[in-house]
Design a protein. Structure first.
Length: 301
């Protein structure tokens, strides 16, 4: 009878668990992209397009071309995004390209299937608000899952390497031009509604990708670091990490406090620091995502 060492069986079990977790995460990503792309199609076909309101990016160009030619929107969504998928595969990565391809296919197919379905409302303001929200939720789910539903984001990433503007600025420039051109085809009132819908979708994407509870990093340098740390622990219920620092000008050793708080706790933190040390250095910055550690707020009794 051959005995298998415990370390070997534990190693095999760990590998199986890792593969299982990877498979579960992949399924979750696919479902999120499927739901997100379908929601974006609903927002377009059931709210924006029936009221001659367009979205930004390749989607906006596709809506204009579909309006001019009479060809189904889904055809243009797929055909126009295809070249950017190739560029994305070469410049950004295979996983991003395949995720984007899947999202665009779902978006195109769903948009085509929804063509016979009448729009939910003919009120342009309601269509602008709710269409923007639904499109924003859908696109946000796709982005959060590692994909994209529009080729302009790929263009912005590539151009960002050659131009002095950020990705966000490049996308904004392209979308202002696209949304502004809607005035020539649908009238300037509809162009202004389109700008509002784009802004609503943009802010909704932010909420979906970063979450409702905005988190911020906190850096504090003070001679009273111990008192401030204890106050943050007991009055805010937040953990604090003490880091060793050195002043570049004086060469003195300094203790640096690091912590992560929610947006709603910012005012209380400032009050704590000011009460204990008015001369303390305090820096607060937004964080896109927090994982691991013990960020969850401790109970205060």
């Amino acid at each position: 009878m051959t005995l298998i060492p415990t370390s070997v069986t534990e190693g095999v079990g760990h590998a199986v668990n890792v593969r299982r977790k990877h498979r579960v995460k992949m399924i979750q990503r696919v479902i999120a992209m499927l739901v997100g792309a379908a929601l974006a199609a609903v927002g377009l076909e059931e709210f924006l397009i029936p009221n001659d309101i367009i979205d930004g990016g390749i989607t906006g160009i596709s809506i204009i071309l579909a309006h001019v030619t009479g060809i189904r929107l889904g055809v243009f969504l797929f055909v126009l995004n295809l070249p950017f998928l190739i560029v994305g595969y070469q410049q950004i990565g295979r996983t991003f390209a395949w995720s984007t391809l899947f999202s665009i296919v779902v978006l195109s197919v769903t948009a085509t299937l929804l063509v016979p379905v009448p729009g939910v409302t003919d009120d342009p303001l309601l269509a602008t608000v709710f269409g923007g929200i639904i499109v924003g939720i859908g696109v946000g789910l796709v982005i959060r899952s590692g994909g994209s539903s529009d080729g302009t984001e790929v263009v912005a990433v590539v151009l960002n390497r050659r131009l002095p503007w950020s990705i966000g600025q490049l996308i904004m420039f392209m979308n202002i031009f696209i949304l502004g051109s809607a005035g020539f085809f649908f009238g300037w009132n509809r162009a202004m509604y389109s700008l509002i819908a784009y802004f609503i979708a943009f802010k909704t994407i932010d909420v979906v990708t970063t979450g409702f509870e905005e988190t911020k990093s906190v850096w504090i340098i003070s001679d009273k670091y111990r008192e401030i740390g204890e106050a943050m622990l007991h009055r805010l219920g937040r953990g604090v990490t003490y880091l060793q620092g050195e002043g570049a000008f004086t060469g003195d050793d300094k203790k640096v406090l690091f912590s992560v708080i929610s947006r709603l706790e910012e005012a209380k933190l400032k009050s704590i620091v000011e009460d204990l040390d008015e001369d303390a250095f305090l820096a607060i910055a937004p964080i896109a995502e927090v994982r691991g550690g013990r960020f969850k707020k401790k109970s205060i009794h």
